[in-house]
Every structure is written in C-alpha cells, then in structure tokens.
Design a protein around this ligand. Structure first.
Ligand code: GLN
Length: 484
C-alpha cells in the first residue's frame, strides 16, 4: 500500500493506484464517508448518500485482484447533483414535489460513468429545480461555502462544488442552464465545465430549460475534468439534441499550451465588476500573454441584452416543463380522489417554493397570447443577435476570457429578498448558454480568503482548446482547491 491523501488527491492519481492494487477502493470510499460524517454538519453538501457505494467498492477491488480490465474511472467517488436521475436513489431536485421520487432509470451520463467504474457516493444539494445562483433555495438545506461557512457556495450546483472543496468527493457532476456549474465552481475554487450544447446527453436530467442546459464535470483539476469529459460525450439515441461527433481523448492535447493563440478579454464582462475581480482577471490575462498568447480587449455590444433574453427564455421553458407536476403523472401523490381537478392541481403545486412559483408565473405570462411576440419572440431574436456577434468574434479569436462571477461569494441571506439583484449576478455566464458554446471556470486567485474564478469560452466544440488553455493557466497558478 502507498500513502497518498485520498481526500485531496486527483482522480487521475487515485485510479492509477487502484488499478495497480496499491490503494484499496473499499478503504478509500470508507475514508470519504468518514470525512463526510465529520464535515457535513458544517457544509451540508449532500441530500442523500448511497448505501451501496461500499459494496461497489468491494466489487472494484475484487476485479483488480482477478486482473480484469478496468474502466477509466475504476473505483473513483463521484457526487451527483440531485436533478440527475439515478435508478437506485432518490432524485429530488431539492423540491418538496419530488421529495420521495426514485426514478425508474439512470440518466445516460450515470450509465456511462458507472460503465467506467465510477462509484456514486451521494446526491448533492441544489436550488429547487436548479433555479438559483446560491443553493439557498433548496427546500431541504442550505449548503455552505467550505472556504467561509457564513457565505454561499454559489449555485445552483452548490452541493457538488462544496463537496469537492471540502474533500467530500473526488469528482462531481453538475448541470448548467445559465451558469450553475461555473458559478459554484468559481465561488468554491474548483473547476467546472459547461460543454457545447449537444456534446453530452441530457437524457435523465430533470428539465428546467432544455434549450439552454447541459450536464458537465466539476473537479479539482483541469486534468480530471478532461478525464471525466472523455467518459460522458457522444451521441445518445435517447436525446435527439446530442451531436454525432467522434469521441475524443481530451487529455491527449492537454499540454499543448496557448502559444500563438488569439485570446480576447471581453470588455462588457469585466466592466462594473468588483475591483478585486477586475484586477485578478486582468492579471490572468497578462499570464496568458506571458505564456505566448496574443491578447486583446474585445467588445460584444449585444451582451447588454443577454440577461433579459436568458431570463425570458429560461422562465418560459420552465413554465412549460414544470406543468407536468400535477400529482397524478408526476410529482407528489396527494390523493386526487374526491377532488375537482383545479383544486387538486392547486394543492399539489402549492408544494413549489416561491422562487419556482415566480418563474412559472412569469414564464406563463411571456408565452401567453398577446405577450408572446413582445417578450418570448423578442428574447429569441436577441439570442440570435448575440450568437452572430460571438460567431464573428470567433473568426478572429480562438478563445474569450472573462470573470465567471462579477462579485465575490457573498453572505448567506444577503440577496435572498432581492430576486433582480440575484439574477444580475449571472451576467457573465448566461451568454454561453444562450448560444450553446463551451465555457469553463477555473480557480484564479483568492482575495481576503475568498475564491475568484476565471471563465474561458470558445467556439462550438472547442473543448480541446479550452482545456489546453485552462491547463496551461493552472500549471503556473498556485490556487488552493480543497480545504480539509
Ligand atoms: N442562476 C441561473 C438561474 O437561476 C442559472 C441556473 C442554472 O444554471 N441552472 O436561472
């Protein structure tokens, strides 16, 4: 047996040692569970834990002993956001309406990761139905930022990000509709990637806004992110929005650096941000220059409308997606017998939290006749304009950089009463979702003990380039990613 810190090591290192038989998967998984027991009363990252994880770990150890061929993530612990379906475990979306729901099937990404030997250790907390930026709007618990437990971890994949930063898992999955992977990655000082729309299957992701969202990896290193992405891409006959592209090995080109690449620093995304954030991102830009990239400031005029367009479209899609929770086909069964339909429907749907209700109401409004053209259609037109502006920039630039979040992780409760201000914190992340391009957030620096994330965006299917640039930056940047 070798000595390595199993709570903080990378998946790449742990899997190598497991395969050699130098690390016992059972001991490793047990160690993670012990640690979860120790820190969860502070962090509150998980909604449920997987009782079968230890058994799965033993299976991996036996396979190692028998000399069987093992998957790319054999034995590796993975935390899964609780809006991704798992057939043996509850999938609640942190909502009362799905509190007891156990899906009859696994999401495609779960099937793929399990096929590679990954072990789901638990389901992580989120804002109800992934609607939020702080994880405060979970109906079960408030996840805290491991770097300062008075502060929010970001959201909506806050449980996944916090579990990584607190050493409660080795890998995690999140979903990103308007920034929900990247925001918590930034606030918790971990890596989070929202892939190109269609690169990863959404089958089994509980829908919030289908045209915007995707599942993606959250990790403590860029290399692990590449490793995980290798396992989850590809065409899926269960999701017809997936792209028919060859699967790649994203680790193969990871060390190729950024020399000669043209990188644009997006002016609109860096103006009006916290001064620490601004300084940090300008410093990051200089680092890319020192690595041999050509850097320029660029401007994207239509970005001023991105937030309005995003929230109009996201709420419209949410109102239609969430209509299925009627307490008969989907959602909590409250005994429809004896009820007239409208009153039963109302009773069931009163289980939604205020944030979700607000979005359903606004979303229904912007889709209703007489208002549709003024709001929904207009938002879609703006979306096209943004897409065109980005496309013309990508003719010249290989990558674009910006802050992930305009502000530092703030205090729990600070913005809960002010939805508009909360929405505004998504200003730098929503564009990538509106136009379907990949975007990664990587740890950039700490200021006054709080993390700042750097966002790197590229054209459709440029994940290889994104990962290369992120890796080159990580190599010359010493930022903490875990606190145990
Ligand atoms: N914060 C954004 C929202 O509340 C994004 C959420 C997400 O990406 N799931 O809509």
């Amino acid at each position: 047996m070798i000595t390595m810190d199993l709570l903080t090591s990378s998946a790449a290192d742990i899997v190598t040692q497991i395969k050699k038989g130098y690390v016992s998967t059972e001991e490793y998984i047990a160690k993670i569970f012990d640690h979860i027991k120790k820190v969860e009363s502070n962090v509150h990252a998980y909604i449920s834990l997987n009782d079968l994880a230890i058994e799965r770990a033993r299976e991996v150890d036996s396979a190692v002993k028998r000399g069987e061929k093992l998957g790319k993530l054999a034995g590796i612990a993975i935390a899964v956001k609780d809006n991704i379906c798992t057939s043996n475990m509850k999938t609640t979306c942190a909502s009362k309406i799905l509190e007891h729901y156990i899906p009859p099937y696994n999401a495609t990404v779960i099937e793929m990761l399990e096929r590679e030997g990954a072990i789901i250790i638990g389901k992580t907390n989120l804002d109800e139905f992934a609607m939020g930026t702080t994880t405060e709007f979970s109906r079960f618990k408030e996840t805290r930022n491991p770097w300062d437990i008075e502060r929010v971890p970001g959201g909506s994949s806050g449980g996944s990000a916090a579990s990584l930063a607190a050493g409660e898992t080795t890998l995690a999955l999140g979903s990103d509709t308007g920034g929900s992977i990247r925001c918590p990655a930034s606030f918790c000082s971990v890596v989070g990637l929202k892939p190109t729309y269609g690169l990863v299957s959404r089958f089994g992701l509980v829908s919030f806004a289908n045209s915007l969202e995707l599942i993606g990896p959250m990790c403590r290193s860029v290399y692990d992110t590449a490793l995980m992405l290798n396992c989850i891409t590809g065409r899926d006959s269960m999701d017809h929005t997936t792209l028919d592209v060859d699967t790649k090995d994203y680790t193969a080109t990871i060390t190729q650096g950024v020399k000669g690449l043209k990188i644009g620093l997006v002016r609109e995304m860096i103006s009006d941000v916290d001064e620490h954030v601004s300084k940090t991102i300008h410093d990051a830009a200089s680092k890319f220059e020192s690595l041999g990239a050509n850097l320029n400031e660029v401007s994207i005029d239509s970005l001023q409308y991105a937030l309005a367009s995003y929230y109009t479209i996201a709420m419209a899609e949410a109102s239609s997606n969430l209509a299925r929770y009627d307490g008969v086909r989907y959602g909590i069964d409250m005994g429809p017998e004896g009820f007239e339909w409208n009153s039963y429907y109302t009773k069931v749907r009163s289980n939604f939290g205020d944030v979700v209700k607000r979005r359903i109401i606004i979303g229904t409004y912007v889709l209703s006749s007489g208002y549709y053209g003024k709001y929904y259609l207009k938002a879609q037109k703006v979306r096209t304009l943004i897409k065109q502006e980005f496309a013309s920039l990508f003719k010249t630039y290989d990558l674009l950089i910006a802050p992930t979040m305009p502000i530092l992780p703030f205090k729990i409760g600070e913005k809960t009463m002010d939805p508009l201000h909360m929405y505004m914190t998504d200003i730098d992340t929503v564009a990538a979702n509106l136009i379907g391009i990949p975007s990664i957030s990587i740890p950039c620096a700490f200021t006054d003990g709080l993390p700042i994330g750097l966002q790197i965006m590229g054209d459709h299917l440029s994940e290889e380039l994104l990962i290369r640039a992120a890796y080159a930056f990580e190599e010359i940047t010493d930022v903490k990613k875990v606190i145990v």
